[in-house]
Design a protein around this ligand. Sequence first.
Ligand code: IMP
Length: 173
Amino acid sequence: MADTLKALITAEEIAARIAELGRQIRADHPDDTITVIAVLKGSFIFLADLVRAIPGNVRVEFLGVASYHGGTHSSGAVQITQDLRSEIRGQVCLLVEDIVDTGLTMDYLLRMLEVRGPKVLKLVSLLDKPSNRETSVPVDYVGFTIPDEFVVGYGLDLGELYRNLPYVAVYSP
Ligand code: IMP
């Protein structure tokens, strides 16, 4: 297993960057309760660390999405497997994603959430793979910009495996 994984971003680098992101997000919205909307499943570990790095009031919501269906290439089709449990009208919302690749998933979700009338709707992604973009997506906060490689770990999976790696690694078959 180990010979197919090459560390790209260490646990220490991730922790340091998330501390910065948390401070920046709060500084941009000093007085608001922030509704953090985690896109499942890939963002669950990033979410857990990010919310603890944002001082002040935060609400957490989950949005279940399936887009890769176990492979390493985006199908482009976005399937909602679990919707939000509460309204977001008038709220400052932060969509939390693990990685923006083609941009198709975030493009779909941002449109879907925008019509529900949030006061603010921003996007934070731990990873950004801009070279693979098929549609332009405004990523307000980016943890790390990475090359066009398939990565796993820190919540990101390949066929549901590797989510538990504490760092981000490039997977090569
Ligand atoms: P997009 O719609 O192509 O931007 O892809 C969004 C989703 O594809 C992400 O939320 C991930 O679940 C998955 N994805 C894209 N690139 C990778 C990768 O390198 N590793 C693991 N999952 C990925």
